[in-house]
Design a protein around this ligand. Structure first.
Ligand SMILES: [Zn+2]
Length: 322
């Protein structure tokens, strides 16, 4: 009897020990899992105040450990979700967006994105980038991107005097741009308009003297608004043309002619864009030039026309950071 009772007690004792061990193990595991979860980026972002959908969206964009750590270090920023949802958001520019945003709180997020994308967070001519001329018709030349003095397109053709003013044979453009121009010229002619080229390819040296002359007569501020410094002119690409009508080649009045209007609304069909539109001087760096057309190819021209953006914006999003 006594022996059985003792055995019973021992069984109970072992049972209770096992029970406690199991409970301890279970609790320990739970605490450990909880600790692990609290170390995850998901948990930390939720703690920062993002909702689960936003967390998902953030992790889709910031998918490396380094990027996620950066994200945690900037703490809760109420504008981050809106920033990444902007149409032309470029991840590589994220840090620059935040810096620029800090300095320009009056701007809309759309403008923050655009300005940083096209390098407007730097002053014109103070942030030099070499133009990638291997991009051919998609190369960008502006007040940041420049061509060397040696750059000369090797497929220049002479524009027929039928379409050009000036000395015979003096107007040249690249073959691809000339072919497109002829198609456009014919279409305009069908519609009753006679287009004429006033200026086309310019060498580095020609641009230099043009700019220097401007500077001498009007001063540097006006000169920079009206003409490019040498190396920074699109005319050196052989893809830009100043197009007027046969009956009006006046820079002051051409913009209000039917030809200017026709060009504005049809040039993209032939691969040309109005390069310096009205009201976008701050973006392009140039005053409105209703005559200055640039060949970029039909695909890019159509996108730029339909989405009402500049070549700078297109280049930043689709070429520079694609
Ligand atoms: Zn021009």
């Amino acid at each position: 009897m006594k022996k059985r009772l003792k055995l019973k007690k021992t069984v109970w004792f072992i049972f209770i020990i096992i029970l406690f061990l199991s409970l301890g193990l279970y609790a320990g595991l739970h605490i450990y899992q909880d600790y692990k979860y609290k170390q995850t980026i998901n948990y930390k972002l939720l703690e920062y105040g993002y909702n689960p959908n936003e967390v998902e969206e953030l992790l889709k964009v910031f998918n490396t450990k380094e990027e996620q750590e950066y994200l945690l270090n900037i703490k809760q920023n109420s504008q981050i979700i809106s920033l990444i949802q902007e149409k032309y958001f470029i991840k590589n520019n994220f840090k620059d967006y935040l810096t620029y945003l800090e300095e320009n709180k009056n701007l809309e997020l759309k403008e923050i994105i655009r300005n940083v994308n096209i390098h407007l967070n730097h002053n014109f001519y103070e942030y030099d980038l070499k133009t990638d001329d291997s991009l051919e018709e998609l190369m960008l030349v502006n007040k940041y991107y420049y061509l060397s003095s040696e750059y000369n397109p090797d497929d220049l053709v002479t524009v027929s005097q039928k379409y050009a003013w000036g000395d015979v044979g003096s107007k040249k453009v690249r073959q691809v741009a000339y072919d497109a121009f002829l198609n456009m010229w014919n279409a305009a002619y069908q519609d009753g308009y006679y287009l004429m080229i006033n200026s086309a390819y310019r060498t580095f040296a020609e641009q230099e003297s043009l700019y220097e002359n401007r500077k001498k007569t009007d001063g540097i501020i006006i000169a920079d608004k009206m003409a490019a410094r040498s190396g920074y002119s699109e005319h050196q690409t052989g893809l830009a043309m100043d197009i007027f009508s046969k009956y009006n080649s006046n820079q002051k009045t051409f913009g209000s002619t039917e030809e200017a209007n026709w060009l504005k609304n049809n040039a993209y069909k032939y691969g040309f864009i109005l390069r310096y539109p009205l009201g976008l001087e701050k973006i392009t760096g140039y005053e409105y030039e209703p005559w200055h057309y640039r060949y970029v190819g039909i695909k890019a021209a159509t996108y730029i026309y339909e989405n009402n953006i500049t070549f700078e914006e297109y280049y930043a999003y689709f070429i520079e950071n694609s």
